[in-house]
Ligand binder design. Sequence first.
Ligand SMILES: [Zn+2]
Length: 546
Amino acid sequence: MRLLMVRPLALALLLFSLPALAKPPRLALFITVDALGTDLLLRTRPKFKSGMRQLLDGGAFYPYGRFDYAKPRTAAGHATLSTGANPWRHGIVDNRVVDRVTGQPVSVFRDEAHPVLEVPLSVASGGDTSPLNLMVETLGDRLRMSSRSRGKVVALSGKGRAAIALAGRLGQAYWFDETVGKFVTGTWYTKEFPGWLKAFNGRGLADGYFSQQWAPLLPKTEYLGEDERPYEADESGLGRSFPHPLSGGGQSAGPHSYEALASSAFSNDLLVQAAKAALEGEAMGKDEVPDLLAVSFSGTDRVFHAYGPYSWEMQDTLYRLDRALAELITAAERAAGGRANLVIVLTADHGGAAVPEHWASEGLPARRMNTKELAKGLSQALKARFPQVEMTVTQEESDVYLGGKALEDGKADGAAVRRAAAEWLSKQPGIAAAVARDDLYTAPDVAGLIAPVRRGYYPGRSGDVLIVPQSFQVISNMMTGTNHGTPYTYDQQVPVVFAGKGVKPGTYLQEINATDVAPTLAAMMELGAPASAEGRPRTEFFTNGR
Ligand SMILES: [Zn+2]
């Protein structure tokens, strides 16, 4: 009798547990923290008490995610995270590419036909406007197609390039414009700001920061190292040490104070408020069709560039982000009707180098590599060797562009010029490798540095000669602050955390590729992977719906 009772119960339990597989979460929260490298996260981890800790302790934590291409940068990184592809497929090789006609760098997401809504292109901050140049499908695009447009896709960021890369072509992207102090979008996405965004912007939250100061959140004993360091940047009127005024040096709230806000830890708090407005305004997480909310925190990257990853400012920005994340996660849980209906991924678009003078002061072979000086030297060397060829030399990060009529018309032997340029560049101090685009696929993969260049190369957009700096070389045309964009672990390695429905918590030490993030989140949302994904779903943390 007892047996008979047990069997139907076991069967019922089995049946009860099965439908979970076919019941996707109502909401996916896709969080990226701009410039949060693995080492930075791990050394800050003991101080996390709130949202970040919830995710690290309660999720599947992969400390060693990796971008496997040579130039980890914001636009490229976000495009890789959203598409599961490397730049050689998605085409977003860097934040800016050089226009071969004008010789000028322009935003990779600039699209004259689809400008920023209500902000003239001439003044819009960043110059990012539309996903036109994103060549492949994002996870958001997949959701829109798969759900026949019932699944909502909203991406928000302090930067256009992050929001656009996450939203893709079929989602909605909103980003903070530092000229107007509001969240904006482009005419690609909509002809009119949605009501919730108008209401949010109408609250004037950005103006409210004008009279505030950024002071340390925790007691001073909680910060490693010194606050005031001579090689930190003094930009946007913020100064180099705490407390940082947010007025931007102006008399009232305006572009200067908006820039100071965007460069401070507080921009992340403002972004959380915007994300909450989007959750509510778009009624996300309210039905059986999953929605995707992507939030990219840019404040961390601005602080990283100005003060470096070991600064008090960086530590403080992460302590504050820890709290802001708790507010965001709580809002997402509420929107989805509980934790059981929510999945979360948190990762980063790239890591970053220490301020080179900081490294050098510790005895590491670091230096600042000035691209303007390098381009000038190259220009002179090429002129001496090819006196009859008029050409322009423009360097954007580690891509060198050679332009001019003779090269365009094919009157000069372009390959010979590019090879000569590569030869000269490879002999300059701090350069580990330089390769002409003509030789990219035939050159030997010296020290494993050329294969990552290939994965980051897109014909017509990447440079004509690609250089790879030696480790500890920081490309920077300024005298202070730091950068990222090399194939070394401090730039390539990022943490990845999956949390929520169906995730077995734990620390997973195997290295995973950044291209695995989108296919894995797709699996968690019970979707096919984005069309051009190179990565694969991580299977080790799935609990089969139970
Ligand atoms: Zn950056």
